[in-house]
Write a protein that binds this ligand. Sequence first.
Ligand code: NAD
Ligand code: DAU
Length: 336
Amino acid sequence: MRILVTGGAGFIGSNFIHFIIENRPTWQVVNFDSLTYAGNLANLEKVAKCKNYMFFRGDISEPADVKAIFSESFDYVVNFAAESHVDRSLYQPDVFVKTNVVGTQCLLNHALEGGVGRFLQVSTDEVYGSLGPEGLFQETDALFPNSPYAASKASADLICRAYFKTYGMPIIITRAGNNYGPHQFPEKLIPFFITKALRDEPLPVYGDGLNVRDWLYVRDHCAGIVRVLEAGRAGEVYNIGGENQMTNLEITTQLLEALGKSKHLVHFVKDRPGHDRRYALDCRKIENELGWQPEMEFRAGLKKTIEWYITNKKWWHDITSGEYLKFYELHYRDRK
Ligand code: NAD
Ligand code: DAU
């Protein structure tokens, strides 16, 4: 099997590549990533020399880059490449539309031309909008995205649907909840708060801290994606959730306890504009049809994640200092 992984230098994409190299050792993996601020080749150091792994620097929204990668054919394409941070989308929506919408369409065009066994679009529960205190998002729910990030992901989902219906492309969409685990860029809640607490800096909790997210350990997400890729039905959407709803305050409290830090580090700050109140996924479809279930219990997953950030201080120090960007300049300046 030959698999093209876009956005493989980011958080979930790099965990996914590790997962594939470990669990599907006969597959050939091509990682296609433009290396934005969120892409970090240090995430892939352990697999960089594997014979069945190759990195190609390119942008999914640049037709010439995408055409070049599709000069070879792929059995599977998994599209992780995206601008992924909601806060950034509030102030810089343009790049979200360019990468997440135009980029996805550009990939679809070339995958259609080149022929591909399966195209899996990695989407998010944010496309459904915000829930009240009760209920779960179903795959058949209408889309009500609220942030520019969520709207760009919802647009990509709709383009995927159209390519399935119009051109018969074998496309599947997965929609996951909030991921956490090793290698997550320290702008997202859990790694941001771990790295701040380790430096005894205040943790900025938005609004009243009672917004709820459905937390999913990243390896469980990767296992779910592989399951859908291999056995899911084309044209379908599959929710992938951790079945673990928690408020931001509960997460923050657990995290401070695990680190042995004072709750006085919690600082309530002005709310995020358009802040969705609650996400929670109904995962019966992937469970009943494909036999997938999340395995990681949240406390154990959080402990593993905290340990990773404690043992890998250099990784996030290089990010917070900007040192990791110099590495790209040195090694990739002539390639793009
Ligand atoms: P991330 O921001 O950590 O990584 C994104 C990767 O995409 C980076 O390596 C970046 O360099 C690359 N990239 C960005 N623009 C690109 C472009 N134009 N061309 C090629 N590569 C580009 O993101 P993540 O958290 O790993 O999320 C991966 C995917 O999963 C995204 O599509 C996101 O919407 C989706 N998702 C994320 C979560 C979550 O909790 N993090 C949950 C559900 C779905
Ligand atoms: O639900 C899936 C989505 O989860 C993914 O599609 C996105 O790519 C991913 O970024 C994530 O979006 P969120 O906005 O839910 O994640 P974030 O880590 O930014 O925030 C989680 C919650 O914590 C949210 O309610 C906002 C809050 N928060 C976040 C930050 C960074 C704070 O209170 N303070 C903070 O400093």
